[in-house]
Structures are given as structure tokens and as C-alpha cells.
Design a protein around this ligand. Structure first.
Ligand code: SF4
Ligand code: SF4
Length: 439
């Protein structure tokens, strides 16, 4: 029987009131857009335009570099100014196509391939692949690969991840309220790929208006149900979400498809809808700009490639110089050192805070209080794993299930000694994942 929550987790202050009641606003980008060729998991895309070439909005400018890869599209019209390494939010330099925006927004013309009901499963998958759709919740895994499991007939559930459990983020919330038909339409399209699956719209119960609206709009859909999840972080993490909605468990060596599930976030499902019904490739997304340092927090519809600087300006800039700027949510996002970096397919939020509470705290020794253990949704021992990671004891780290950590940050959040548990575990996991990939 389905359980609508999971073991562990925390209830941090959610800060969502800053931006949740303001409708999504369209913003136009500045004079330069940067499109990294690697904004997804898998092989980088390959540029198919040259410096000096004019491109149109919706034109493919880089093609897939393999099966697990994704093409990139221009989100404005203009001229290719450079193809060169540019800094991205992680601080890395990534080969990118730079387009000078001519501000004409001339597009290639968007036409659906065929009426939706005439499309085969293969057609739908091909449209998703060709549209450059990847997991837009932050992971960036190419969606056509996720939707092509070995045994599609064994998929029982297609879950739309509408939890939005990260504090401060409200882009999915606004999307659900303002464009619910696109979300439901996208879910119905994905369900066409899986004959035996039921669709689940999984929403945390701190969004009762979304739950009521989605229930009303799906009351005649016999393959779709809306599940209200207990509000708790990290309810939207893939493993926790699958367990909460279906009672099924996966570990770090398994894929959701191994337990008959496919999970996609709200923006991704909407992108599927738009690609199939409107013929539009992935060129834009909704991004939350918020935090106590931001003058006018709200959600924006952003052309991918727009700089974070343009985003901050669209929100009125900063009322005071922020001490901390984060890309993504406060729990799983990462600190930014500058705003002159581009938004990508996986950008979810720009947060700016007047106080950097984390670096203001001095870490102390562990007092063995057990709080980190209590909240850990991965059911591992955060204090021990962090010790192993610090001493670089790979064997102990792996034999104590270090890879089952989902890097949610709950342990660091509750630790009274302010130990950087997640950071230590995360760096060891990164090394182990790289080793695994190499093998
Ligand atoms: S050990 Fe990992 S899964 Fe457990 S609370 Fe810490 S970050 Fe989350
Ligand atoms: S929460 Fe912090 S102090 Fe408490 S056991 Fe875990 S690491 Fe030690």
C-alpha cells in the first residue's frame, strides 16, 4: 500500500512566501547568450554552427554527441560571436556557443510533426530526443533515455514530481497553478509510451490549491491520480518520492525503472507537451529568483542562455550586497562566486541572502547526539561516513553504504556541532562515482 512520505527528513523554514503569489513574468535577455555544450549528463553536444553565422530562435546550434546526449537550440535570433570555453555555475570552463542577440526574436517557425493522436510511441520519443529535453529538476539526464527502459511494459507508474520540497523554490508551484493543462497534457503523452502505467501527480500538501486544481482537472482521467504528500524535505528526491507514492524501494545501484517507475519533474513534463503539440524545442524554463537580499523576488520565464546577472536585474537587483548567492535550492544548490554565468536547461533558481549563516558557524567536534542519524533519509550513518571521507578510508566508506547518500543536506542542517557532513560525504561520493564511470 502506498505511503505518502518516507523515513527521516527535516522541516526547514521554507521561505516560499517571498515569491509564491506573484505570477510568472517573461523576461527578455541581454545582448549576449551563452549556450554550454554540456548542460546535460552524457556526451557533450557538438556545435553545428560557425562563428559569424546568423541563427534564428529555435534553430539547432549543437547536435547530440551520442545516444546519452542532447542537442542545444538558440533561444534568440542573432549572430554566433564565438565558440569557446566559458565559465559555468560550477566554476568550470565549458565549451560554449556565444550568440549576440539581435533582439528581433525571429524564429524558425514551430510546427508539430503531426496531430498528436497520429504519433506512434517511436515518434513521441524521437520528438523528445530531438527537442533537447533533459531532466530540468537539476539532474540533466536526457529524457528520451529515461523514457526508453528495456521493458516499457513493466513500467507501472509514471510519476510527475510536483513536490518542490526545496525551501524558497516556487517555480513548479506557479507552473501548476498557471499552466496545469500543459502539465497534465505532458503526463498523458508520456503515459502513451507505457501501456500498463498509471500516472501520478505527486504534490506536497503545502500546496493545497495545486492539489485541488489538479484533482479537478483530472477527475475524468482514469489513468491519472493526484497524491498529496506530507510536506517534508527531501520529499522530492527520486528515491523518497518513489517510496512515498508507491511503497517501492530503490538503492544507488538501481534505476527507478527497476521497480517499474519513471519520474520526471514539472518543467520537463511541460517541455514534452510543448515539443509534441507545438513543435517547440527546449529553449526556455521557469526560474525562481528570491532570498532576503533580492528587491522583488518572483518567478521568471527565462530564455536558456540568459546570464544570471540579467536575472538578478529583472528582479530589481539586490537591496543590500548579498553575503551568499546560490544557484538552485538552499539545501542542494551550490554557492556562486559571480553572476556572469549562463542559465542552462537545469537552472532552477537564483537565491541571494544578506547573511551567510553557514560560514558564520565554526564547526566543532561531534557530540554523538545522533540527530544526523535520525533525519538521514538514506538510512546511513552520516557522522561515520563523514569521518571515513575525511580520512579517505574508501573501503569503510563503501562498506558502510556511503553511496546510498542522496546528498540532501539534512545531516548538516541538524548537526549542533555544525560539522560539514554533507560536503565531506559528497566529495568522497564524487570520487567513487568517477572511479565507477572509468571502470
Ligand atoms: S548522509 Fe546523505 S542522505 Fe543522509 S542526511 Fe546526510 S546528505 Fe542526506
Ligand atoms: S548531528 Fe553532529 S554532533 Fe550529532 S552525532 Fe551527528 S555529527 Fe555528531
Amino acid at each position: 500500500m502506498a505511503k505518502f512520505t518516507f523515513v527521516g527528513g527535516i522541516h526547514p523554514y521554507d521561505g516560499k512566501e517571498l515569491s509564491k503569489d506573484k505570477p510568472i513574468k517573461d523576461i527578455l535577455p541581454g545582448h549576449e547568450l551563452v549556450y554550454p555544450l554540456s548542460q546535460h549528463i552524457g556526451a557533450p553536444a557538438k556545435a553545428i554552427v560557425e562563428k559569424g553565422e546568423r541563427v534564428l530562435m529555435g534553430q539547432k546550434i549543437a547536435e547530440s554527441g551520442g545516444f546519452v546526449s542532447s542537442p542545444v537550440y538558440a533561444s534568440v535570433s542573432g549572430t554566433v560571436k564565438a565558440i569557446e570555453p566559458r565559465r559555468v555555475v560550477t566554476g568550470d570552463m565549458v565549451m560554449s556557443i556565444v550568440v549576440e542577440n539581435d533582439e528581433l526574436y525571429e524564429d524558425v517557425g514551430f510546427f508539430p510533426m503531426a496531430p498528436e493522436n497520429k504519433l506512434s510511441k517511436e515518434d513521441i520519443l524521437e520528438i523528445i530526443r530531438e527537442a533537447g529535453i533533459v531532466g530540468m529538476g537539476g539532474a540533466g539526464f536526457p529524457t528520451h533515455v529515461k523514457l526508453s527502459p528495456k521493458e516499457p511494459e513493466n513500467i507501472d507508474y509514471v510519476i510527475a514530481n510536483c513536490a518542490e520540497c526545496e525551501p524558497y523554490l516556487t517555480s513548479d508551484y506557479r507552473r501548476m497553478l498557471e499552466e496545469p493543462e500543459k502539465l497534465i497534457g505532458g503526463l498523458k503523452l508520456i503515459l502513451r509510451l507505457f501501456d500498463n502505467a498509471q500516472g501520478i501527480l505527486a504534490v506536497e500538501d503545502n500546496k493545497p490549491d495545486c492539489i485541488a486544481l489538479l484533482k479537478k482537472l483530472t477527475k475524468n482521467e482514469n489513468r491519472i491520480s493526484v497524491k498529496a504528500l506530507k510536506t517534508k524535505y527531501p520529499q522530492g528526491a527520486e528515491r523518497q518520492l518513489i517510496y512515498a507514492t508507491t511503497g517501492r524501494k530503490i538503492n544507488s545501484n538501481m534505476l527507478p525503472a527497476d521497480v517499474g517507475c519513471v519520474v520526471n519533474n514539472v518543467d520537463t513534463v511541460v517541455a514534452v507537451y510543448r515539443a509534441v503539440t507545438e513543435g517547440r524545442p527546449l529553449m526556455e524554463r521557469i526560474i525562481t529568483v528570491t532570498g532576503d537580499a533580492v528587491k522583488e523576488p518572483r518567478n521568471f520565464r527565462v530564455k536558456i542562455g540568459t546570464s544570471y546577472q540579467d536575472l538578478a536585474e529583472a528582479a530589481g537587483g539586490f537591496q543590500t550586497e548579498p553575503q551568499k548567492v546560490i544557484c538552485g535550492g538552499p539545501m542542494m544548490g551550490f554557492a556562486m562566486f559571480g553572476l556572469d554565468v549562463p542559465t542552462t536547461k537545469t537552472s532552477t533558481a537564483l537565491l541571494a541572502f544578506t547573511r551567510d549563516e553557514v560560514s558564520a558557524m565554526e564547526p566543532g567536534p561531534c557530540i554523538n547526539c545522533g540527530r544526523c542519524l535520525e533525519v538521514c533519509p538514506g538510512r546511513v550513518m552520516p557522522s561515520k561516513l563523514a569521518d571515513y571521507a575525511e580520512r579517505f578510508d574508501e573501503e569503510a566508506f563503501l562498506s558502510n553504504n556511503g553511496m546510498e547518500c542522496c546528498e540532501c543536506g539534512c545531516c548538516s542542517y541538524v548537526c549542533p556541532a555544525k560539522r560539514p557532513l554533507t560536503q565531506q560525504i559528497k566529495s568522497m561520493r564524487k570520487i567513487q562515482l568517477a572511479k565507477k564511470k572509468k571502470k
